[in-house]
Structure formats: C-alpha cells, structure tokens
Design a protein around this ligand. Structure first.
Ligand code: XMP
Length: 514
C-alpha cells in the first residue's frame, strides 16, 4: 500500500488504535497486527519501524503474550510502549518487577538524556506524561542507557541507540502526554528515518493502481446508500475503472426527507456514475406490515435488501467483484489480539451477498479510519454534504419509528427529523455531533392547542457524541436550540404535541432506540 510502513504489534492495549492514528497523522503509513504476526512478514524492505503496544498482562504471567528475540536483532528500530517496554527488557536480559507504588494517570517525566527520542526536549526538564502501569523496569538490558525517570519509574525511558531500540514506560499516543507528538516524531523520522510521504493524495494514487491491478478488465458492482463510506468507495472505484463500475442504490423507503433525491443528484449528475436506482419503498413497507419487533424488522430489511440488490445486479450482466466500504476498525476488530470479536453486527447490510452471488470482494478503504475516509472523499471532490454526513443505520427510519412502521408514521418522523437536522445545521453543531435524529414513540399524550384538547404523538430527540459508535454520550445541546426544535416540531408537524430529549449514554443505552 505504501513504500514505507511501521508495524504495530498489539499486546491488547486499549490504546493500540490510537497509536496507529498518531503515526498516520505524521504521514507515515502503519498497520496493526496481533503480537503473533510472523517475524518474516514483518521484516520486509518497506518496514521502517516496529512498535510494541502496551497491554494488560504482566511479563511474568505464565500466559503473558511474548515474542522471541529475533525482532530486536533484525536491524529495524523497535519502540516498546509500557508492556512493550517491559517485554523488551525481559526478552533482552533486563529485569522487570511489580512496582510498590503503581502509577496511573498523570505523572512528571524528567529527561536524563535528550538523545534521539527526546531530541528538541531539555535535559533536567520535567514534562507531563500519562502512565498506566503496575510493573516497572528495575534493571536495564545490556547495551541500554537510561533516558528519563519519573517518581515511581527509575527507568521511565531507555534506549539502545546503536540498535535503535527504545522503551517508554509512558504512553506517547495519548493527548495527556504533552510531548507525545515530538516523541513519536523523533522515533519515526530520526530513528526509523521515515520520509513521511503518506497522505490521502498518495493513498488515492496507489489505490487506483491497485484496483486496476486486481480488477483490470472486470466488471464491478457497488451498493451505495448516500453515506460517506459507500460514496467514497464508489468515487474511488469510478476513478480507477470508470464505466466498468455499476452502482446500485436501493431506496428502501426508510430514508430521511429528500435524502434519496439528494444522493442521486450528487452521485449521478455531478459524478457521472452508472447508478441504477431502485425505488423499493412499497415492497419494504409491505413486508414490514404488522411487525413490531426490532430484530425482526432488521432481519426483514436486510434480507429484502439482498434479494432486491441481487435482482438488480443480475441485470448488469457478468459481474466479478463487489466493492464494499469496510473500514479499518472493522478489520482490526476481526483480527484483534483477543481473536475474532464476539460483537455480532447484524447491521452489515451486504453481508451474505458475496457468497450468494459468487462475487469476489474489493475493499479499498479497509486500511482507513473514518476521518481518513472523509479526507479521501474531499480529495476525490465529493461535496461536504456527503463527506461530513453523520452515520445512518441501514434499516433507516424503521428503527426510529418505535412499533409498527407505516407510511403515515414514517411521514410524521420524517418531518420532525428534518426540522431537527435543519436547526442543528443552523446552530453550527452538525459536524461536532456523531449522530442527531428524531424518534417517533408508540405512545400518545394529552395536550392543549388553542382551546382544544389534543391526544397525539411524542417525538424524542437524540444527539450523541462518539468516536466510533461503540460508546457515546448525549450532547449538551444549548437549551435555545432544543427549544427551537421542539417548538417548531409541535407547531409544524401534524400529529405531534410533545417533544422530549434523550439524555442516556451508551452504555447502558444504545444510540438507536431499537
Ligand atoms: P447502537 O444503536 O447499537 O448503534 O448504539 C451504533 C451505531 O450503529 C448504527 N446502527 C446500525 N447501522 N444497521 C446499520 O447499518 C443497523 O442495523 C444498525 N443499528 C445501529 C447506529 O446508527 C450507530 O451509529
């Protein structure tokens, strides 16, 4: 994928992905692999450095994850962070022991030698760093010198400068370590001698070449939904193979107000994609008649999507590949340190399609994080309305109309939701929010409008902040914004006389109500 890369071996730290992000921010391509990744695979020409992540184990546990000494003799610089440092110490003949006073959280690091990894920092000066360890290095391995200490770690940083081996007891990847950026920069550019040429333009260029190598001459189909991932995949594939790409957009009738038209006009008119549009709203509504159970709704929607997509794809002719917007967090999750994740994502809508249609998969975004995908989208010229679109669930408004989904109830929700989006954009909050939406509840409440008693629907408003959708907190929207949204919904949407604001976090709640 790139001329140079850094390999991160994962020992189970909660910060492993964060290390990867910080490296990529410095324009160096990196990959995360389980610690069992073969040393031969690591030692390719393009590997400029290796990082050993932290992890929850103690190097003396019998079941502790370990690696052999050969990586340290390969000539490739290695940075061990926390558990990674302790492992390096233990493997190379130093000594690690439980610390009397554990260090968790903020600590003061005093630099003893500003060599290489601390270039630009001052000897004898202290800096705020983030620590999280129970064990500590008590004796350095032969060939290493101490580079820094803290109150509870006599060797908070160590290095064998000849071999380019560095150990850090603190976490340079977290924001609380004020010198984290400099330290990682020094490792990448002074010690590993990376060039830092990886950016989204070079990603697009290499991807286009790679896609052509793989799918040269073949026909590819791609499901688009209007979300950023599938739109970026479509635009990238189109740049690579032009007319050999056919995109299929199944409108399940569960999209937001005016969404289908907007997506169509952007992708078809401005991007000139061969885009087949299937208006399947009635088919979906028909199947959802009388269904109230959330999982059953999801199952019906997922299966019907596959059936319709397959039906449409057959009209395209002989197709070999399906292009899909899998992102890096999904990939890591399935190969992670702990083995395949137990999380069952019933929400991968195209799941099952490749096998059923005998299609091979192309996943051009499988190395990227969401914010990188957005940057690729900008690079490819997609408009901000798509690039910065908040995530939207595959089953769409069906999981936001609580209870039975009918055309009338969908309409009530659509109107309320459109008002919420409009006001969130107007208040300039849209991009800072992971998701903001309205939910139609299956209860009626009493109200009074004019002199009349009303007995109508309740709308719940939900706005959450999140990094990846796995955990989330409710957004403290300004009262005035919530007030305007509620007021407008009650006044403008027929059938709603009450609006409430959801203040649950995830966990224990989920982002969607169903
Ligand atoms: P929850 O509700 O589980 O949602 O906290 C986490 C993220 O996943 C989205 N989501 C879905 N996406 N199909 C999808 O494509 C689904 O069935 C589905 N359910 C939830 C949700 O919008 C949030 O971003």
């Amino acid at each position: 994928m790139s001329e140079e890369k850094v390999i991160i071996l994962d020992f189970g730290s909660q910060y492993t992905q964060l290390i990867a992000r910080r490296i990529r921010e410095q324009k160096v391509y990196c990959e995360i692999h389980p610690y069992t990744y073969s040393p031969e695979a690591i030692k390719g020409n393009e590997t400029k450095g290796i990082i050993l992540s932290g992890g929850p184990a103690s190097v003396y546990d019998t079941a502790a994850p370990r690696i052999g000494p050969e990586l340290f003799h390969s000539g490739i610089p290695v940075l061990g962070i926390c558990y990674g440092m302790q492992l390096m110490t233990s493997v190379l003949g130093g000594h690690v022991a439980p610390s009397k006073d554990r260090e968790y959280g903020r600590a003061q690091l005093e630099i003893d030698q500003p060599y290489q990894i601390f270039d630009g920092l001052r000897k004898g000066h202290t800096y705020h760093v983030w620590m999280s360890h129970g064990d500590r290095v008590e004796k350095l391995p032969p060939g290493f010198i101490p580079l820094a200490h803290s109150a509870n770690s006599p060797f908070a940083a160590m290095g064998d400068l000849e071999r380019g081996l560095i150990g850090l007891q603190f976490h340079p990847e977290v924001a609380h370590t004020e010198i984290g950026g400099e330290v990682l920069h020094n490792f990448l550019f002074r010690i590993c001698r990376c060039s830092g040429s990886w950016d989204m333009r070079s990603f697009v260029e290499t991807s286009v070449r790679m896609i052509n190598d793989i799918a040269g001459g073949e026909r590819v189909i791609c499901a688009v939904s209007g979300g950023v991932d599938s739109s970026v995949v479509a635009a990238l594939m189109h740049k690579a193979i032009g007319e050999r790409l056919t995109c299929i957009f199944v409108d399940n009738g569960l999209l937001r107000k005016a969404e289908a038209q907007e997506v169509l006009s952007i992708l078809r008119d401005s991007f000139r994609l061969d885009l087949r549009f299937v208006d399947a709203g009635e088919e979906f509504l028909d199947r959802l008649k009388g269904v109230e159970d959330p999982e059953q709704k999801r199952k019906i929607i997922g299966e019907l999507f596959i059936t319709i997509f397959e039906r449409e794809a057959k009209k395209v002719g002989t197709v070999t590949y399906l292009a899909q917007g899998t992102l890096y967090p999904d990939v890591i999750e399935s190969v992670s340190f702990k083995g395949p994740s137990a999380t069952i994502k019933s929400h991968h809508n195209v799941g099952g399609l490749p096998e059923r249609m005998h299609l091979k998969l192309i996943e051009p975004l499988r190395e990227l994080f969401k914010d990188e995908v957005r940057r690729v989208g900008k690079e490819l010229g997609l408009p901000d309305r798509i690039v910065y679109r908040q995530p939207f669930p595959g089953p769409g408004l069906a999981v936001r109309v609580i209870g039975e989904v009918t055309a009338e109830r969908l309409n009530v929700l659509r109107e309320a939701d459109a008002i919420m989006q409009e006001e969130i954009v107007k208040a300039d909050c849209y991009r800072d929010i992971w998701q903001s939406f309205a939910v139609l509840l299956p209860v009626k409440t009493v109200g009074v409008m004019g002199d009349e008693r009303t007995y109508e629907n309740v709308i719940a408003l939900r706005a959450v902040s999140s990094l990846d959708g796995m955990t989330a907190d409710w957004v403290r929207l300004p009262y005035e914004v919530v007030g305007v949204i509620a007021n407008r919904i009650i006044n403008e949407v027929q059938g709603v006389n009450r609006v409430v604001y959801d203040i649950s976090s995830k966990p224990p709640g989920t982002i969607e109500w169903e």
